[in-house]
Design a protein. Structure first.
Length: 134
């Protein structure tokens, strides 16, 4: 069992560090370009993985940058934790749903009115005039 763990644990660490390195945005990579970190993790699995975990990625804290803006939040992150908000917790998303719903209701009312008008136009020419002739 111990022999298996000595092989599986470093392999799992290497795979996890490699995937983490690939999926990390460029603005969160520290010290070296992202491509260099990927090569280090690939060529030196154990040492590269540990180096990536220790020194390669900016972890925690407030993010600043193009996506974060001046306040460090992109509009869909929780102000304290920096984690994304769920859609049902995001007031901007809920407001946009209400706005879209109102627009759809207005459009449906316009369509119904247009349909009634067209039906009246079509019926106007087909209805008998109650036996009256001019």
């Amino acid at each position: 069992m111990l022999r298996i763990l000595t092989f599986v644990l470093p392999l799992a660490l290497w795979v996890w560090a490699f995937i983490d390195c690939l999926t990390t945005p460029e603005d969160e990579v520290k010290h070296l370009p992202k491509v260099v970190w990927v090569i280090i993790v690939l060529l030196f699995p154990l040492v590269g993985s540990i180096a990536w975990l220790v020194a390669g990625k900016r972890r925690g804290g407030v993010r600043t940058g193009p996506a974060g803006g001046a306040g460090g939040l992109s509009g869909h992150e929780h102000p304290r934790g920096g984690r994304p908000l769920a859609p049902d917790d995001d007031p901007e998303f809920l407001a946009s749903l209400k706005k879209d719903n109102k627009q759809h209701e207005d459009m449906l009312k316009q369509w119904e009115a247009d349909l009634r008008r067209r039906e009246e136009e079509l019926r106007g020419g087909d209805e008998p005039d109650d036996g009256r002739r001019s």
